[in-house]
Design a protein around this ligand. Sequence first.
Ligand SMILES: Nc1ncnc2c1ncn2[C@@H]1O[C@H](COP(=O)(O)OP(=O)(O)OP(=O)(O)O)[C@@H](O)[C@H]1O
Ligand SMILES: O=P(O)(O)OC[C@H]1O[C@H](OP(=O)(O)OP(=O)(O)O)[C@H](O)[C@@H]1O
Length: 312
Amino acid sequence: MLQLSFYQQCPSPPIPSPSLFSSPSSSCPYVSLKSTVSCCLSPSPVTVVDGSADRRISERNEIRLGLPSKGRMASDTLDLLKDCQLSVRQVNPRQYVAQIPQLSNLEVWFQRPKDIVRKLLSGDLDLGIVGFDIVSEYGQGNEDLVLVHDALEYGECRLSIAIPKYGIFENINSVRELAQMHQWTVEKPLRVATGFTYLGPKFMKENGLKHVAFSTADGALEAAPAMGIADAILDLVSSGTTLKENNLKEIEGGVVLESQAVLVASKKSLTQRKGVLDTTHEILERLEAHLRALGQFTVSVFCTYAMVVFFL
Ligand SMILES: Nc1ncnc2c1ncn2[C@@H]1O[C@H](COP(=O)(O)OP(=O)(O)OP(=O)(O)O)[C@@H](O)[C@H]1O
Ligand SMILES: O=P(O)(O)OC[C@H]1O[C@H](OP(=O)(O)OP(=O)(O)O)[C@H](O)[C@@H]1O
């Protein structure tokens, strides 16, 4: 029996979490316990690798860490690692493999965040840093994903429903009121534009919205209601400026999840690949030391480190 111990931290303040998520941060008001991401209520459409992942585990010796190749998480992730004395040495920006000299036998692979999660599941990566929203959407509760650190203190945003401030929605201010609107029928469902096609339907179902039709787009979703394409949107919000500028509002009970950057690992890699556990400890200790130095624990007199022990 292998015993894995992760030192945990308490985010300050704890991330509020909606009911559909058993986000580790929500399980206890003071101590954040990271375990598997378990948000799934329905069977996952992700094909979970079986024997092939095990074969790959024996095929390569190096440990692989996936980092965002571009987008808003990319430079902040490199900055965080640098602050932890884990500078990533990349020969040139178009080369997708890099090294962290302090971590021997570790390869950094730059990938799009959603691909990092997919590759953790397929066994092609062992560790990754991405937004919790991406782990939740593309991980779909797969038990092979372990949140090693769930509060890296950047990339904060929330996945939230927004509706127009005007027209039939003028007096609608909560999900409950939205669900109770008599307009939505089988023939004329509530039309929601979102890039989160797993979390969106799941949330609507759990919140009593029966007649909902989803459409998807890669960006600028806030335009959809004014264009007449959708009644509502489900998208990431941070400052709220984009919603405001497009005459949209969030509603009570409409936050699907709170997100920030997390360190996620493949449980299979942690347990089966030589060196992954030690390397994960090394990264985690450096992250903890850095975040502690930033003073994020000062508000949590109540917060203690908790040791989570996984018996596997
Ligand atoms: N206001 C925000 N809007 C979108 N994402 C945000 C915001 N604030 C933080 N994030 C985080 O940044 C991530 C988006 O990063 P990125 O810019 O790489 O996305 P993207 O380019 O839209 O992704 P892709 O093109 O691969 O679909 C989100 O998954 C989330 O974790
Ligand atoms: O609350 P705010 O601070 O205004 O941020 C929210 C906006 O930022 C993101 O879009 P992004 O800038 O990535 O552009 P996109 O719509 O093309 O994806 C997100 O999809 C929202 O549209």
